[in-house]
Design a protein around this ligand. Structure first.
Ligand code: CA
Length: 234
């Protein structure tokens, strides 16, 4: 229902994919517009500023990279999810470095894309003043994401770092699914220098102390041995 107010701009030149994307997003009550020519994207954004953009990398007349850079140069802040046909790390890193928020590799599942879209919109919402408070309840612990704060029983309040909020948001967008340390490094740390899987473990351990009543026996932020982590929700 809320989705109705959310405008998604699809920038993609492959008709069958456009058809599928439009169909899927409209079924979720998003308002959808489509541009298939790279040179027409900026004009469309000026006409109707989208809440989120799905951007193909390979387009006629202008590449997704150039479009992405231009959008950020012009200080538009809406989330951009890049579509790439090439599953190469260099693309992902380049895309994220020039201002894309996420990327998804073709071919992808519709459910995965919808989950990414929701996560990105939720996050954009959480940081806008008018957006609703995003509250996550883990048993008796309440996490208010746009306050970066955890409320525990007996009036205990704990502050979260920006990174911790990002970790929670990422795990939340993939709740009940196993997430590897590499996934977290890639999506939350974006391959920053001097990070490794040990960095992830240290952060998760600190975060667990903040959001679990008994961090030694976590109920929600669980470790999956040999796999990684998972945010377990009912
Ligand atoms: Ca294309």
């Amino acid at each position: 229902m809320l989705n109705k107010e959310k405008k998604i701009l699809i920038v993609e030149d492959e008709p069958s994919l456009v058809f599928t994307l439009r169909d899927t997003l409209e079924a979720e009550h998003y308002s959808v517009s489509v541009v298939s020519d790279g040179s027409e994207v900026m004009a469309q954004i000026e006409r109707e500023e989208p809440d989120l953009m799905i951007l193909d990398l390979m387009l006629p007349n202008k590449s997704g990279y150039d479009i992405c850079s231009e959008i950020r140069e012009q200080k538009y802040t809406f989330p951009i999810i890049m579509l790439t046909a090439r599953d190469q790390e260099i693309d992902k890193v380049t895309g994220l470095n020039i201002g894309a928020d996420d990327y998804i590799t073709k071919p992808f599942g519709v459910k995965e894309l919808l989950a990414r879209i929701k996560a990105r919109l939720r996050r954009a919402n959480a940081y806008s003043k008018t957006g609703p408070a995003e509250i996550l309840k883990l048993g008796s612990v309440k996490i208010v994401l746009n306050e970066s704060r955890v409320y525990k029983p007996e009036n205990v309040t704990v502050e979260l770092s920006t990174r911790e909020v990002e970790i929670i948001e990422y795990l939340l967008s993939h709740a009940n699914s196993p997430i590897s340390r590499d996934d977290l490094l890639e999506k939350v740390w974006r391959y920053e220098y001097s990070t490794n899987t040990r960095t992830v473990d240290v952060h998760i351990s600190k975060l667990r102390a903040k959001v679990e009543m008994n961090p030694d026996d976590p109920k929600y932020l669980v470790t999956l041995h040999g796999v990684g982590y998972m945010l377990k929700l009912n």
